[in-house]
Design a protein around this ligand. Structure first.
Ligand SMILES: *[C@@H]1O[C@H](CO)[C@@H](O)[C@H](O)[C@H]1NC(C)=O
Ligand SMILES: *[C@@H]1O[C@H](CO)[C@@H](O)[C@H](O)[C@H]1NC(C)=O
Length: 321
């Protein structure tokens, strides 16, 4: 009947078919090698330090954030021009206005929950919310390290993927961390999330070094390089010289539209971003402004020609101080 049909259609809108999967690893997530391996194989210029820190800016009088839309002409290596569009969000007081959220709210990771960014964003009244870390698309399991508003949600046991965190004193941290770093109690992390690929280190593109640090098995290298080189929807988080947090989102679809990680790194570098890591992309890339979807997702609805936002895992949320 017509009424039932209508309901059915409304329900469909909530489910993407997960058809634009962009996965860095084919089997289990993350490299299996130790923190020591990453420390020993990085360029000697960095000594034994495997992450960068920056005091967060604390502009208490300025607005919480400034959200900007870009539409940019990107030229690839073959000289082809392509238009891309997305958002750059500047956060003026990250310690007091940024939270890593579990899917659907506290406890979401323990239940392998997957939720739309719009729904998770409502639990904390986020002004801007983006998808965050990677997750197992089959089981819904949250992946990597997760600390949400001071609570250790997930300790990955020292996984060597690019991390972003904020410590209790407002220090922004980007890069590779040991398990001891993550569990440090002197100046503990209050927010922590894992990405894949450290895009910019001290203002320089750090992708080749990331491929070495985050892809250990030679048979995986081809897949990992494709993950880096393919154009797609992407999200990232970084900081500028002042310690403002910079959120990045670009719309796309794997192999059809969007940016590869070299282009994202160059774009962020041109915006004077100092350190930045890549977060989940493809059909997971989502930008929510004031509780409403403001990006064009690449996943198809199930079953439909229309596009639907994906139910994802953790969320990066900017809220009132
Ligand atoms: C990255 O490595 C490739 C070779 O694998 C090289 O051609 C390229 O110049 C390197 N890029 C940077 C930015 O170091
Ligand atoms: C978001 O909501 C806040 C508070 O209701 C409002 O001040 C702001 O203008 C809204 N921003 C946008 C871009 O709609």
């Amino acid at each position: 009947d017509r009424h039932h049909h209508h309901h059915h259609k409304l329900k469909d809108i909530r489910h993407s078919s997960d058809d634009d999967l962009l996965l860095p690893y084919t089997k289990s997530h993350g490299p299996s090698h130790s923190h020591r391996y990453v420390r020993d194989c990085q360029p000697v210029a960095h000594g034994t330090v495997t992450h960068e820190t920056q005091a967060a800016s604390k502009h208490s009088n300025s607005p919480v954030l400034e959200s900007n839309i870009f539409i940019s002409d990107i030229t690839d290596d073959s000289g082809t021009h392509r238009w891309v569009s997305g958002h750059i969000t500047e956060v003026h007081d990250p310690l007091r206005s940024v939270s890593v959220l579990e899917p659907g709210g506290p406890g979401g990771c323990a239940h392998n929950h997957r939720e739309l960014v719009e729904v998770t964003a409502k639990t904390r009244k986020c002004l801007v919310a983006q998808n965050g870390g990677y997750f197992d698309t089959h089981t819904g399991q949250c992946l990597g390290n997760i600390i949400s508003d001071g609570k250790l949600v997930r300790n990955s046991g020292g996984i060597q993927n690019a991390q972003f965190g904020i410590r209790k004193d407002g220090t922004l941290v980007f890069g590779y961390l040991s398990e001891d770093d993550i569990l440090d109690q002197e100046n503990p992390f209050v927010q922590l999330i894992s990405g894949v690929v450290w895009l910019l280190r001290k203002g320089e593109i750090y992708i080749n070094e990331s491929i070495q640090a985050e892809c250990d098995k030679t048979q995986e290298t081809g897949n990992f390089r494709h993950f880096v080189d393919v154009i797609s929807a992407r999200t990232a988080v970084g900081h500028d010289k002042e310690g403002k947090l910079i959120l990045f989102h670009v719309d796309g679809q794997t192999d059809v539209r969007g940016m590869n990680l070299w282009q994202v790194a160059k774009f962020l570098k041109d915006q004077n971003v100092m350190n930045a890591i890549n977060l989940d992309g493809g059909g997971s890339a989502t930008y929510v402004l004031n509780g409403s979807l403001a990006s064009y997702p690449s996943d198809h609805c199930n079953p439909s020609k229309w596009r639907c936002p994906r139910a994802i895992s953790t969320v990066l949320c900017i809220h009132e101080r």
